[in-house]
Design a protein around this ligand. Structure first.
Ligand SMILES: C[S@@+](CC[C@H](N)C(=O)[O-])C[C@H]1O[C@@H](n2cnc3c(N)ncnc32)[C@H](O)[C@@H]1O
Length: 465
């Protein structure tokens, strides 16, 4: 069957169906990808006519709708995905949750949109590091997804090399065994027994937890396919399931900015996560640049001195001389970038970022310098902070896309390029970023569209191999 071109009416009908049944938003930029999925399903059903296929997919039973959902959903995932979040789970979140549940010995975790199972199994492995199998704890990780195809793969617990790009060989050896007969690495029972997979639609089904029952929910890289209204509703439901102080982990490109005020943004090491309510002192506003009441407000003199000088004053414990106003330290970073001194720029930006962790510009320039030094894995960490703190910074999204692509995360790169194209649109058309080769906004936005399509094409090719 040759490649299908959907008419406007056909595209609108499929997009409406997928939105209403699963919350999936298909705008024009994903039209080709939808046509590809429809072609695949029509081929599988030996159906040559789009109108006939549409009635088949909306027909009774829902069998073909499920098959189409299996086709259009994007299962990209791997073990130990998002290293900053994994570090936060390992060092802070799981030990804290276990300490808090020491009395009841009961822990409830939801991996919402678990795809082929790498995420919930990763959590189970992290828990197994802390809790031996014989510890007598009642721990359940409920892992849900709308895709039956992904869930079947998850239940099989058998994985190929691709799933291990972020896995330490020691963890691979400890939690998997190589099945030399059938091929692939299989998860050991001590990990498998903590996870229960269920078919569940996050948009239309009731959550599988009672109100306030949940300690931790991971809903990572799921809402990127939803519109804001659907995401708002889902976050409201997730919040209802979490106990006070429970944690919510979203993907690096997802934010509750203008979505929900019910959570606090917490920075744990180099990760940002959300928390229901605010039982601890470490409260952050969801709007990242809004100052909270418990942070000391800078005095007028402080503001004149700038953050790095404030830190020095605090460290030396001395009163500054009534000196001339200090320069904003970010100027030195920009000067180093402009001169191509990226190593110096990276060091300076790291200092500014440490002194003022909510200043997105510092993280952006830090990422730019690291990216120019070819240190993409490090660049990812700070660029994620930059887009988290300022979701409208198209330049930061662009750089994030570049680093993601260079580290092999092609679909994530495509999403960042699209986010860049979308947010760049809000800047003056002839604005120029000197640090990005003096490209104009219009040029950069067009480039991002092209790069997104390219990255998706390569990813598709890789998945089919
Ligand atoms: C990109 S994967 C993310 C996997 C994993 N959370 C991670 O971050 O590695 C997104 C998953 O969300 C699932 N999904 C999309 N819409 C859904 C819905 N309405 N209900 C449940 N799952 C959904 C897809 O089937 C897919 O497996």
């Amino acid at each position: 069957m040759k490649r299908l071109v959907l008419s406007d009416a056909e595209f609108a009908a499929f997009a409406r169906l997928l939105h209403d049944s699963a919350g999936l938003a298909f705008d024009n930029s994903r039209r080709e990808s939808l046509a590809y999925s429809v072609t695949e399903r029509m081929r599988a059903n030996a159906c040559a006519d789009v109108a006939a296929y549409l009635s088949m997919v909306t027909g009774v039973g829902g069998g073909e709708l499920q098959a189409l959902l299996d086709e259009v959903t994007i299962p990209e995932t791997h073990f130990f995905r998002n290293p900053p979040q994994i570090r936060a789970l390992r060092k802070h979140v799981l030990p804290e949750l276990l300490r808090q549940a020491a009395g009841s010995k009961r822990l409830r975790i939801w991996s919402a949109g678990c795809s082929t199972g790498e995420e919930p199994y990763t959590i189970a492995m992290l828990l197994r590091e802390l809790l031996p199998a014989s510890s007598g704890w009642d721990v359940r990780i409920i892992a849900t997804d709308i895709s039956k195809r992904a869930l079947a793969a998850a239940e099989s617990a058998r994985y190929g090399e691709r799933a291990f790009v972020m896995t330490d060989p020691i963890d691979q050896q400890r939690f998997f065994y190589l099945d030399t007969d059938r091929g692939g690495y299989v998860i050991r029972d001590e990990v498998r027994e903590l996870v229960e997979f269920r078919h569940h639609n996050l948009v239309t089904d009731e959550p599988p937890f009672a109100p306030g029952e949940l300690d931790l929910v991971l809903c990572r890289n799921v809402t990127i396919y939803f519109d804001r209204t659907t995401t708002k509703r889902l976050m409201h439901r997730l919040h209802g399931c979490l106990r006070d102080g429970g944690y919510l982990f979203l993907g690096h490109a997802e934010t509750l900015w203008q979505v929900s005020d019910a959570f606090s943004l917490v920075s744990l090491g180099d990760a940002f996560v959300y928390r229901s309510g605010d039982p601890e002192a470490e409260r952050r506003a969801v709007l990242p640049d809004r100052r909270t009441e418990d942070e000391p407000r800078p005095t007028r003199a402080d503001r004149r001195r700038g953050p790095l000088d404030r830190r020095l004053v605090a460290e030396l414990g001395s009163q500054p001389a009534p000196a001339e106003p200090a320069r904003d330290p970010i100027i030195a970073v920009r000067t180093a970038v402009a001169g191509g001194n990226y190593a110096e720029a990276a060091d300076l930006a790291a200092e500014v970022g440490t002194a003022t962790p909510l200043r997105s510009e510092a993280h952006y320039l830090h990422g730019l310098a690291l990216s120019n030094l070819g240190r993409d894995a490090e660049a990812l960490v700070v660029l994620r902070k930059a887009v988290y703190l300022d979701p409208d910074d198209g330049f930061a999204h662009f750089l994030l896309g570049v680093s993601l692509e260079r580290t092999g995360e092609r679909l994530a790169a495509a999403r960042s390029y699209r986010a860049a194209a979308g947010t760049l649109g809000s800047r003056p058309f002839d604005a120029v970023a000197p640090e990005l080769g003096g490209r104009s906004v219009a040029e950069l936005a067009a480039l991002c569209h092209r790069l997104a399509l390219q990255a998706e094409g390569v990813a598709r090719g890789e998945m089919q191999r």
